[in-house]
Design a protein around this ligand. Structure first.
Ligand code: FES
Length: 507
């Protein structure tokens, strides 16, 4: 989406190329748009690093490097780093929940969500105001409520996700009746959640955006919502409008690639490249033709996954065992072994590997009971190891190119762990879970008692903290604190709770 105002244009999450092992494609096909012109924007907003929002190849090729990036306030610099790598040099670093005034009276606010369960550790929404007209691009972010935005005045245009963007329940090995029932529940929950957000904000017009993706590979074709399956979690925009009508609402506006909506105080005039109703009536044909055009792209991608020379067990051991060793909350949260059955492209299991969370090791499966079992092609894991992927949710799991079975309830820690396959991400997630406890723990080192988790990105200071005199250095990023005052010597803010140990008889 591009938000044009007299004070400048903001291009938001331009996504064109397939994401997640060539499984997700934008729907409808937007590749024919004039991206040279659309990419010539004043500002770029990338809400988060999920690959259906952060399309590196497209950003690199089509988006002006003169654009100023409106950066959400995330705890790690990964989004900024990846954008810099693509050639962007101008960054406007926002403070979460704070209104910033840009040139020409353009006002923006970005709300950054930062729990380990938000996106790839971070998701955000963009609020924009110009000349009394306000829009909220909530995107696929899930804040607890929208009161922070509502407090800034009546919103005229509310854009938000309404469809599914997950692998549940389709990949689960369940009887088809159960799968349909779970899918139906999920589909209803998605609509309910969307309607709740819409009611919260009470905007003049509502735009269903940020999904659904479509699936053009033959192997995933069944995931498209074209078979009248009430358990399909990927309803499209026209489905949204009919469900929305059932709750008595008529202010929903569907946009196609190339549609333009002009928002005023009391009106919203929309033009479309083609008749919207006719387009959705022809959805299956659109998808078939789209799949034909993309066949070569999918084949090319598939050909790049195999790295048979990689020893997957050794690679997983090297990447995952040190993290298991450091993990307290996530490992405890998973609480049991997780098994990966790796197959050849024909689906025959060739290797079975267990990530043993209690035992803190990665090893060959030993015929034991496991908490979760995943089955996927070996070449996908080869590829993840080959590229050093630190987030298997933002690659393998979202691809839906796996099946799963589990004992017991959904366990958020399993997926939180597999999105934290790097030291920095793991430490952040561990610290986040720790900070949720009311009595965050203190430790004593070198005569000082201070909080266990680093005030920067929550590294465990029993492992990363070095005390010299009255100075603490956290070795994860080298930040320093004065322990007498708790003041951070490296950056503004980030105060540390600390005191001399002898002043604390209980220390
Ligand atoms: S986590 Fe960055 S310096 Fe401690």
């Amino acid at each position: 989406m591009r938000i044009d105002t007299p004070a400048g244009s903001i291009l938001c999450d331009p996504w064109v190329n397939p994401a997640y092992f060539a499984s997700w494609f934008p729907f409808p096909d937007n590749s024919q748009l004039d991206w040279e012109t659309l990419g010539d924007c004043d500002y770029l907003y990338v809400s988060h690093l999920h690959r259906d929002h952060f399309d590196a190849a497209h950003l690199k090729r089509f988006v002006s490097k003169k654009a100023t990036v409106l950066l959400p306030e995330y705890p790690t610099s990964q989004l900024e780093d990846e954008l810099r790598e693509l050639g962007f040099t101008r960054f406007f670093k926002t403070v979460s929940d704070e209104v910033h005034e840009l040139d020409g009276g353009l006002k923006i606010m970005i709300q950054a969500l930062t729990s380990p369960t938000d996106g790839p550790i971070g998701d955000s929404s963009l609020w924009v105001e110009h000349d009394g007209i306000r829009v909220l691009n909530q995107n696929d972010a899930r804040p607890t409520d929208l009161s922070t935005f509502a407090a800034l005045g009546h919103v005229h245009a509310h854009m938000l996700q309404f469809s599914g963007a997950i692998w549940y329940p389709m990949v689960y090995e369940l009887p088809s009746v159960a799968k349909t029932a779970f899918g139906k529940q999920k589909r209803e929950r998605q609509f309910d959640r969307t309607f709740r957000y819409i009611d919260d904000l009470n905007a003049s017009w509502v735009f269903p955006i940020a999904g659904p993706p479509c699936f053009l590979d033959d192997q995933l074709w069944h995931l498209n919502d074209i078979f009248g399956d009430e358990g399909n979690i990927f309803p499209d925009q026209s489905e949204f409008i009919s469900e929305y009508a059932k709750v008595g609402k008529t202010n929903g506006v569907v946009l196609l690639p190339g549609s333009v909506a002009t928002i005023g105080q009391t009106d919203c005039a929309t033009t479309h490249p083609t008749d919207v109703g006719a387009f959705f009536a022809q959805k299956e044909n659109h998808l078939k033709a789209y799949a034909e055009r993309q066949r070569i792209v999918i084949e090319r991608e598939k050909a790049s996954w195999s790295h048979p020379e990689i020893d997957v067990l050794a690679g997983m051991k090297a990447q995952i065992e040190p993290l298991l060793e450091e993990s307290v909350y996530l490992a405890k949260g998973v609480g049991g072994p997780v098994r990966f059955d790796l197959t050849d492209p024909d689906g025959v299991v060739v290797e079975s590997i267990v990530v043993d969370f209690p035992g803190k090791e990665v090893r060959i499966y030993d015929d034991e009971k496991v908490r979760y079992r995943f089955q996927t092609e070996r070449r996908l894991i080869e590829h993840l190891l080959h590229i050093g992927e630190g987030d298997w949710v933002n690659s393998l799991f979202l691809s839906c190119r796996f099946t799963a079975a589990r004992i017991g309830q959904y366990n958020e820690f399993v997926y939180a762990f597999f999105k934290c396959l790097s030291e920095e991400r793991l430490q952040y997630a561990e610290g986040w879970y720790e900070s949720q406890r009311p009595d965050a723990e203190d430790i004593t080192i070198g005569g000082w008692t201070f909080q266990r988790r680093c005030a920067h990105l929550k590294a465990d200071l029993t492992r990363f903290g070095i005390v010299e005199g009255n100075q603490l250095t956290c070795q994860l990023h080298g930040w320093k604190w004065d322990l007498a005052s708790g003041r951070c010597l490296t950056a503004v803010g980030h105060e540390l709770r600390s005191a001399a140990a002898e002043a604390r008889p209980d220390a």
